[in-house]
Design a protein around this ligand. Structure first.
Ligand SMILES: Cc1cc2nc3c(=O)[nH]c(=O)nc-3n(C[C@H](O)[C@H](O)[C@H](O)COP(=O)(O)O)c2cc1C
Length: 322
């Protein structure tokens, strides 16, 4: 897959996920084999008003490259201004979110609302492309609902508007995250564009990645599957190379990586902002580990990372005694 300075054969990329793909998780996934990462989506209106929380979200580190900063907005002039601001943060590309299903965003004409107003969708993409020398990419869905699948028109339009790659979450807005992603569209989209296509939706195993590449898409993006199993990138790379599956990580490896991830999150964001959003990661690190009910309820209660680490050590000691 080639665009801008990016040239990666069959990249497996970490999806942008609000309150999940912060610097700490991006670095963990990179280390485990993710080829490309994105920031959480950030409001263009917040960026142009210099809202500190928004500016923090788009801070990136060299180790994360190649990385895209993802923005959202429904007003072309604001998107243009935000794109100009972003250049100083030095990402490898800017991605436009045109798929967020959440009611408040849609009500403001942002995210998936653009799928109901293709002329505005086009203006938004054109305005960002015009504003920056960075490559611009688009992430969207199949359409608003099953009765209005517009992805083929959207794909042609975003290429025409100057986007350098397209990511498609193979669901409609009305599906949100429910139902099955329909990968059947990827082959059709591939036929109408010449820019790289990244497929997304329901990737949970190395075999899923292989099957999605068979649709002809150039890259595969993993969202929730990476929360449930950050090792998925490494496991997939191994599977694509050798056709065999790596053994799952041991309990010791799971807990060691969880502690390292938590420690990094706290170093970067402080105790409160590091620990509370981290709770959604325990399920991934403890997946497949038996007898974790007590441990899990303690982890959901504790708010200090030192206590959490002690609790993990205690659990590990208990497990190795038996
Ligand atoms: C917690 C969460 C937060 C998300 N935040 C974003 C976001 O900031 N930007 C975006 O484009 N998509 C976001 N998404 C959608 C994912 O990027 C992805 O398209 C979706 O989860 C489908 O992929 P999956 O089936 O591999 O999870 C989010 C999804 C989840 C579960």
């Amino acid at each position: 897959m080639k665009f801008g300075s990016i040239d990666i054969d069959r990249p497996i990329v970490l999806a942008p996920m609000e309150d999940v793909t912060d610097t700490a998780f991006r670095l963990i996934c990179k280390r485990l084999g993710a080829d490309m990462v994105y920031t959480e989506f950030t409001s263009c209106e917040a960026l142009i008003r210099d809202i500190p929380r928004a500016l923090k979200k788009i801070k990136i580190t060299e180790e994360e490259r190649p990385i895209g900063i993802q923005i959202f907005g429904g007003v072309d002039a604001s998107m243009e201004e935000a794109a100009k601001r972003i250049e100083e943060f030095g990402p490898d590309f800017i991605d436009i979110n045109c798929g967020c299903w959440v009611k408040n965003h849609v009500a403001r004409g942002e995210g998936a609302a653009l799928l109901k107003d293709l002329p505005n969708f086009e203006r938004v993409v054109q305005s960002v492309v015009k504003a920056t020398r960075l490559p611009v990419t688009v992430k969207t869905r199949l359409g608003w609902d099953a009765q209005s699948i517009v992805i083929l028109d959207v794909a042609r339009m975003v290429e025409q508007a100057g986007a350098k790659a397209l990511t498609v979450h193979c669901r409609t807005r009305s599906q949100a995250h429910r139902g099955e992603a329909d990968w059947g569209w990827l082959e059709k989209i591939k036929k109408v564009i010449s820019i790289p296509l990244i497929g997304n939706g329901d990737i949970n195993s190395p075999e899923d990645v292989k099957r999605m590449f068979e649709t002809g898409c150039d890259g595969v993006m993993i969202g929730r599957g990476a929360i449930h199993n950050p090792w998925l990138f490494q496991q997939t790379k191994h599977f694509l190379k050798t056709g065999t599956l790596l053994p799952p990580p041991t309990l010791k490896e799971k807990i060691a990586l969880c502690i390292e991830h938590l420690t990094m999150a706290v170093e970067l964001k402080g105790q409160r902002d590091g620990v509370l959003p981290f709770r959604k990661h325990y399920v991934g690190y403890l997946k497949g580990v038996p007898h974790v009910a007590h441990l899990r309820s303690d982890l959901m209660r504790l708010t200090d990372s030192r206590q959490i680490i002690d609790r993990f050590q205690e659990f590990l000691e208990e497990k190795t005694l038996f």
